[in-house]
Write a protein that binds this ligand. Structure first.
Ligand SMILES: [Cu+2]
Length: 324
C-alpha cells in the first residue's frame, strides 16, 4: 500500500539507528550557531575503517559547505552531539546504548575551510577520555558520560596561541563497546568550518588522517568490559595550550558556556550573528539550512533555504520539511 510504504520511508528518514550519534551543532562563546558551519554526516552510523578518508570528517566530509563560524583565538566553542537529526532534547541521551569512549577535538589549519578536504595535518586541542571508578571499564568515567551529562555539549577552548586563519575543527567520539575485536571501535566525528581571528604564533605540528590511527592501537582495540588499569587515548597528545579534561567532572565544568540553556529543547530564540562566507542566492537573505535541518512545515517560521546542493523535502507533510 502506497501510504504504508510512505510511512516507513519517512520513519527511516526521521529516526536513524539507535545508539549511534552525530555531532550536529556548534556554539561560539555561548552563542548558538546551530548546524550552519558543519559538514553534516549523512546519517548517524560510525566509521570503523581507520585507514579510510572517512576517518577525517565522516562520510562525505571531505566536501565543504558554504559557511564558516567566526571564532576568536582564546574563546570557547561548544560542540554538540545528538543521536537523532535535530533532536536537541536533553532527555534524549546524546550518545546512548553503552557507547562508552573518549571525546577528542582536533584542529587543522587550512587555506579555505569551505574547500579543504581534510588532508592537511591535524593537531589535538582537547581530550576527555577515561578515569577509573575501580569497576569494569563500562562502569568507569568516560568522555561520553560527560557529554550525556551536559545534554550532548562539550566546551572546548580554542587555544590562545591559535594563529588567525581558516580551520577545520574535528570533534570525535570513539565508542568502544565492541572494540575488543579489530575494527570494532566506532568513530563518530563531524568537522566544523571555522574562521579564527585575533591569534598569532605558529601552527603546531600535526598528524595526518588517515595515518594517525592503527586498528591495533591500544585505545582502539580494547576490551572495556573488564577492569581497566589504564586507557591510552588514541591519536597524538594534546598540544601545549590545549585542554585535557578529567572524565567524570561535572556538567558545569564541562559545558559552562551553555549549561544554562541545557534543560529541554535548546537552540530556539537565540539569534546568532551571520557566519562569514555563507553565500546563497535568493530566498531568505543569507540563511542556509544544513542537512537534516528544518526548512519548512506548519507553523515553522525559520530559514527555508537549504545549503548548496541540498533541497527542502517534506518528510512528514504538512508538519515537517528538512534539507537533504
Ligand atoms: Cu553504535
Amino acid at each position: 500500500m502506497k501510504s504504508t510504504a510512505y510511512a516507513i520511508v519517512s520513519a527511516a528518514l526521521a529516526f536513524q539507528a539507535s545508539g549511534h550519534s552525530i555531532f550536529q551543532q556548534l556554539w561560539v562563546d555561548g552563542v548558538d550557531y546551530g548546524s550552519q558551519c558543519i559538514r553534516m554526516p549523512p546519517n548517524n552510523n560510525p566509521v570503523t575503517n581507520v585507514n579510510s578518508n572517512d576517518i577525517r570528517c565522516n562520510v562525505g566530509g571531505t566536501r565543504g559547505v558554504g559557511a564558516k563560524c567566526p571564532v576568536k583565538a582564546g574563546s570557547t566553542v561548544t560542540v554538540e552531539m545528538h543521536a537523532q537529526p535535530n533532536d536537541r532534547k536533553c532527555s534524549s541521551e546524546a550518545i546512548g546504548g553503552a557507547h562508552y569512549g573518549p571525546v577528542n577535538v582536533y584542529l587543522s589549519k587550512v587555506s579555505d575551510a569551505t574547500k579543504a578536504d581534510g588532508s592537511a595535518p591535524w593537531y589535538k586541542i582537547f581530550a576527555d577520555s577515561w578515569s577509573s571508578k575501580g569497576s569494569v571499564g563500562d562502569g568507569d568515567n568516560w568522555g561520553t558520560n560527560d557529554l550525556n551529562a551536559c545534554c550532548g555539549k562539550m566546551d572546548v577552548k580554542i587555544p590562545d596561541n591559535t594563529p588567525s586563519g581558516d580551520y577545520l575543527l574535528r570533534a570525535e567520539v570513539i565508542a568502544l563497546h565492541t572494540a575488543g575485536q579489530s575494527g570494532g571501535a566506532q568513530f563518530y566525528m563531524s568537522c566544523y568550518q571555522l574562521s579564527v581571528t585575533g591569534g598569532s604564533g605558529s601552527v603546531p605540528s600535526g598528524v595526518s588522517l588517515p595515518g594517525a590511527f592503527k586498528a591495533s592501537d591500544p585505545g582502539i582495540q580494547v576490551n572495556i568490559h573488564a577492569k581497566m588499569s589504564t586507557y591510552v587515548n588514541p591519536g597524538p597528545a594534546v598540544i601545549a595550550g590545549g585542554i585535557t579534561k578529567t572524565a567524570g567532572s561535572t556538567c558545569s565544568s564541562g559545558c559552562a558556556k551553555t549549561c544554562a540553556a541545557g534543560s529541554g529543547p535548546v537552540g530556539t530564540g537565540i539569534a546568532a550573528p551571520a557566519p562569514s562566507g555563507g553565500s546563497s542566492s535568493g530566498g531568505d537573505s543569507a540563511c542556509a539550512q544544513a542537512a537534516f535541518q528544518q526548512c519548512g512545515g506548519q507553523g515553522y517560521s525559520g530559514c527555508t533555504t537549504c545549503a548548496e546542493g541540498l533541497t527542502c523535502k517534506a518528510v512528514s507533510p504538512p508538519y515537517y520539511s528538512q534539507c537533504s
